[in-house]
Ligand binder design. Structure first.
Ligand code: RIB
Ligand code: CA
Length: 324
């Protein structure tokens, strides 16, 4: 067997928190379960919930999976160049700012590791070997590049869930604005910095993370589970919380946006990819956060443009339930 790929999962995991997406903790479970991946650590960012609450959620998932030794570092709570969007301030003042149905361990924020520092140290400890799987706003990666500009050529690659290219006409446009996907929109300057860094990038956008590709964990499947392990119980509880409080009404089930990025990191041949030159709009009053093709420019990323989502969902759930 080939050596597992070393990854850091940069994520915004709402764990059992009503009104958050279920996909980040499922991505974490997959990162732990897939033998082709070696999870070096988790860094939390804002998005579904504040990053300190996300760290508590990540710890809960790691404990349920029997992997409490995996380090968790906490990211900054605001974008790199602007205020936290009002949408998130309001959400964090309500249910998305506190633990919900699943008990979460406490985390000592004062002594916790900082996400940007963790990324820098981990990349330097394994130069050229670490892939960052980024499934939230890209604030921590931009912060790490700010802290240590020299690490850009030591990061093996970044596989990220984010953006919308308009390839899929219904879903591939935007979910937070008509043209912007939320991971990019929440911190467009950070994404712009990452897109321009010259690091090998793989984009998993809304064009493939949607019901058209079949990337949905169906409600019927979730309701039919009889969990027989702590990890399976965690998975079922996270999904049930989502079904009762769906974030987007795209499907009767959970769209597995972020797990697809982890699956692509584990196996780069599970989809069809095209090289593209893509920039991030940071100033448009109507278009901030849009991911825009740049005509005539050299490609800066590989975008996943097609995938058999149904097969990916079946395989990844099987991997989690079998290996954890
Ligand atoms: O737009 C989809 C992204 O935002 C995913 O990372 C998901 O977790 C959601 O909150
Ligand atoms: Ca996410």
């Amino acid at each position: 067997m080939t050596t597992p790929r070393k990854i850091i999962l940069d994520t915004d995991p709402g764990v059992g928190i009503p009104g958050t997406d279920a996909d980040d903790p499922i991505a974490l479970l997959l990162a732990l379960a897939d033998p082709r991946l070696d999870l070096l650590g988790v860094t939390t960012t804002f998005g579904n919930c504040p990053p300190d609450l996300g760290a508590r959620g990540a710890r809960a998932v790691l404990e349920a999976a029997g992997r409490p030794e995996v380090p968790v570092a906490i990211g900054r709570a605001t974008p790199i160049a602007r205020e936290l969007p009002q949408l998130l301030r309001a959400a964090y003042a309500g249910d998305r700012g506190k633990s919900g149905r699943i008990p979460l361990p406490e985390v000592d924020v004062a002594t916790a590791r900082r996400a940007d520092e963790f990324i820098v140290e981990t990349v330097r400890a394994h130069p050229g070997d670490v892939t960052i799987v980024a499934v939230g706003p890209q604030t921590n990666i931009a912060g790490a590049l700010e802290l240590a500009p020299d690490i850009d050529d030591q990061i093996a690659s970044i596989v990220f869930m984010g953006g919308a290219l308009g390839i899929e006409p219904t879903y591939g446009r935007g979910n937070v604005t008509p043209v912007a996907e939320c991971n990019i929109w929440f911190d467009p300057e950070a994404a712009s910095r990452v897109f321009a860094a010259g690091i090998p990038l793989t984009m998993v956008s809304l064009d493939v993370t949607n019901p058209v590709t079949g990337l949905v964990l169906e409600a019927e499947t979730i309701r039919g589970w009889t969990p027989n392990s702590q990890a399976a119980t965690m998975l079922a509880d996270i999904c049930s919380t989502y079904l009762d409080n769906p974030m987007f009404e795209w499907a009767d089930g959970c769209v597995l946006y972020d797990p697809l990025a982890v699956a692509v990191a584990a196996d780069g041949s599970i989809g069809t990819f095209e090289e593209m030159a893509i920039g991030v709009e940071t100033t448009g009053s109507l278009t901030t956060g849009q991911t825009v093709p740049i005509r005539g420019a050299a490609p800066n990323l590989r975008a996943c443009v097609d995938v058999d989502g149904r097969r990916v969902v079946d395989d990844l759930i099987q991997t989690i339930l079998t290996n954890l």
